[in-house]
Design a protein around this ligand. Structure first.
Ligand SMILES: [Zn+2]
Length: 410
């Protein structure tokens, strides 16, 4: 039998509200990486670690770890505590304070060993998932330190502002036995279904194209309709062709977005000669992404013929889907069923998370709790308090199961 770990929900909520005070703005937070609020919150978190017997350690990226006192390879739990330039109070912060509560509970119970991490700059002030890119080995220290933010500040200079802290030691994924992350869903699925826990099976991948539609710029008064090569009406036809093809193959989890459009020369009396736009697709399955890419190419070719236009596609971004560890997914499912019977589901993550970077290095798993109204990256972001606490208990139960399993196999 694995031991029961009973978390303290009230204590967890007090700490979560305390973290909210750093950079608090109305109901939300403004706490981008290396802002004064971010640095103060990291120092606060390091103190919380010490209070419960975890040793604070900083790596060269200013990722903050709390290392347990018990012997053995710890399970690493965490997320990020930096925010978007205008962020909600739970995005990332929930997963960090949850990890603190689970680790603290384990410290009090005499094990299993659990370490906590707050990755730096998950929210892309420098690049997406910056801190976990460094920790997982995707990004070298030199490349990391040369990154600059929108204000032109170097990562290396900002990280050295924390140099009064313990001399950075090299912390690597090899020190840990698994990585677990909890996060708010940031979408409407759980909230609309009245469910409490989402067990993530896959973090979806994406592909992005730059589409250029070229026609003939001309006079809007003298060019007969039949002789026009109009990039904007061609764009409209392209969208129609694309949607028809996507509908043939899309699953409920496939999404596509044309989020940016530039028309040239963008003047009322000129038949537009050129249009550039982005097309982005996301799905949890690589074959499905391939099939959707094929549809984009076919829709472009079809439209070019129908409208006598030149249409070119340039793939500008490709991120592969990342599967979570099957064994951890099963453990999360069992823990979710015991804490929230019948009120949980398996689901993909449509957003990027630090767990993506850890998955190639460590057995990795992730859970969601609902976002009220599906709202995130906004000050209104919120979650029912009992749902927040349920997520902590599911994580603690999973740690107990996993530690038992790792102990048996190791
Ligand atoms: Zn986040």
């Amino acid at each position: 039998m694995h031991q029961k770990l009973k978390i303290n929900g009230d204590r967890f909520l007090v700490d979560l509200e305390a973290l909210r005070e750093f950079g608090k703005q109305g109901t939300g937070v403004i706490r981008p990486a290396f802002s004064p609020a971010d640095i103060d919150s990291r120092r606060w978190l390091a103190e919380k670690f010490e209070d419960c017997g975890l040793t604070p350690r900083w790596d060269p990226a200013a990722n903050l770890f709390g290392m347990p006192s018990q012997p053995g390879k710890p399970i690493l739990i965490g997320s990020h505590s930096d925010s978007q330039p205008q962020g909600g109070w739970l995005d990332g912060a929930y997963g960090v304070v949850l990890a603190l509560e689970v680790a603290r509970t384990c410290q009090e119970a005499g094990g299993p060993p659990v370490a906590v991490v707050s990755f730096q700059d998950e929210e892309s002030a420098f690049m997406p998932l910056t801190g976990s890119c460094f920790f997982s080995g995707k990004l070298s220290r030199d490349a990391l330190y040369d990154l600059t933010n929108a204000a032109g500040q170097r990562y290396g200079d900002l990280a050295s502002a924390l140099s009064d802290l313990e001399e950075p030691e090299t912390l690597t994924p090899g020190l840990f036995s698994a990585f677990l992350e909890a996060h708010i869903e940031q979408g409407p699925v759980l909230d609309q279904a009245g469910e409490i826990i989402g067990v993530v099976e896959t973090i979806v991948g994406s592909r992005q194209f730059e589409v250029t539609i070229k026609g003939q710029q001309n006079h809007a008064g003298t060019t007969p309709m039949a002789l026009r090569r109009d990039a904007v009406t061609g764009f409209s036809a392209f969208i129609t062709n694309l949607e028809e093809r996507f509908k043939e193959i899309a699953t409920p989890r496939s999404v596509w977005t044309i989020g940016r459009v530039d028309v040239h020369p963008n003047a009322p009396s000129i038949v537009p000669g050129e249009l550039n736009c982005s097309v982005q697709i996301r799905d949890g399955s690589s074959p499905q992404l391939d099939a959707m890419c094929e549809m984009i190419h076919k829709a472009a070719a079809q439209t070019a013929v129908e409208r006598n236009l030149d249409i070119s596609l340039l793939e500008t971004k490709a991120v592969a889907p990342v599967d979570m560890d099957d064994g951890i997914v099963e453990q999360f499912c069992e823990a979710a069923e015991s804490t929230a019977p019948g009120a949980w589901r398996r689901m993909p993550s449509g957003a990027l998370h630090d767990a993506m970077n850890l998955a190639p290095q460590l057995p990795t798993g992730m859970i969601f709790v609902p976002s009220i109204g599906g709202i995130s990256h906004a000050f209104e972001e919120d979650t029912q308090r009992e749902h927040l606490v349920a997520g902590v208990q599911v994580m603690a139960n999973t740690v107990a199961r996993l530690a038992h399993q790792l102990g048996e196999s190791g």
